[in-house]
Design a protein around this ligand. Sequence first.
Ligand SMILES: [Zn+2]
Length: 154
Amino acid sequence: MTYTSHGHHIPGTVLDEKPKSVARCGGIGLCGVCSTQAGQIMSTMKTVPYTWWNGLPTVAAKGTAIVADDPRFPLYWAKTEGIIGQRIPVVMVVLDGVNAGGGIDYLDNRDGSGWRKVTEGHGSPRWPHSNVRIEPDSFRFDDDTRPPEVAQPG
Ligand SMILES: [Zn+2]
């Protein structure tokens, strides 16, 4: 299975078939159903544990995504920096089992700090990072860090 029941691609799985239909639910970054199902699949992958969060091995990947506005935070740093709507380097981190609340989070990686945190820093709170809210389904893997080569579902 490479898609959630809403038809959104689960990161790290092989894109071997197209979904029958795709729900406009916001996808894995925003939708609880998609996030839960993706976390269940991704947590069963046999991956080489070279990325961490809070000192625990988890799935993370480098890529790019389009920065979304966050109306909950009028002083959201991305708005202050004027990068809403731009595609920037990000790190996707699966938080299920390694962080309260679980789900999937995205870190600003324009200066490489997001990737350093999940590798060298083992995801420790001592290593600074900036969470970034992204447009639904805008995450794209970087070819060189895409995990499917080392990950097999089940
Ligand atoms: Zn969904």
